[in-house]
Design a protein around this ligand. Sequence first.
Ligand code: ZN
Length: 319
Amino acid sequence: MANEPQSEANFVRQRDKGTGRDLTYPPLPDPLVVPVYDNHTHLEIGDGDQSLSVAEQLDRASSVGVRGVIQVGGDLETSRWSAMMAAREPRMLAAVAIHPNEAPVYDAAGTLDDALAEIAELATRPRVVAIGETGLDYFRTGPEGHASQQRSFEAHIEIAKRNGLALQIHDRDAHAAVIETLLRVGAPERTVFHCFSGDAEMARILADNGWYLSFAGTVTFKNADRLRAALAAVPRALLLVETDAPFLTPAPFRGRPNAPYLLPHTLRAMADHLETDVTILASQISSNTELVYGCWDAEPVNVIGIGTGSETRPFGGLA
Ligand SMILES: [Zn+2]
């Protein structure tokens, strides 16, 4: 990526710095022996006291065994960016969509249909492997926006099915309505609940339908017993892992900027809770991820230094 123009190779949004938040990126974790993929991240959003370029993000990720990412768009600008970047970067595949909280905004401006038409066009681009994040969000959007969200969600499901793409669902405080919609209109063959936030009972409903559960840093939080019970309730063949970076930073770095290279913390917490070896869980989740999205054609992961300490890692900047 060294010869890409700077403006295209770097993030296009900046996360609100907030007040009193620690803006330093956490150190590199110990590398994973068996590599995994981050199936939901937003590299278009810069964060931290010094934002990392996309290349730096992906280099750090590969250096700890996170060998590829799904870069997820949430509006037209970020979906276009995701498709463009994935076309050029072997470690990145893209998902495109109008986020459920954006759908009412487009609808109010009279541009939702045009936006959905462009998402349908982006869905045909090379290395666009998923439609998302789409779904329903009753937390941020009040009842006045629900009809727009519903229409947008159903249009996205249709685009995913027409193109044989995976579906990445954003479901916030709308579990029943999301499940009802999928059952009524028919879910795409590969359907993923990104940042799964339900309980064990909901997890079993998803598993009965063959839908995937993607766990984010929230599963490492102290008060997340309900989420960990859900994790233990489903077949491992339906598990995925993600960062949702720059948000939802895993423990013990909650609140600091998140990035794909921090995924090993979440994976290790999941393995601990499932009382399984992290290498076994990593290989299961990697093969699940490839079944859902296909192949990244990533460069071979650089395993130099694994087990011998941080001094020989290919990216030593933070260790
Ligand atoms: Zn997201």
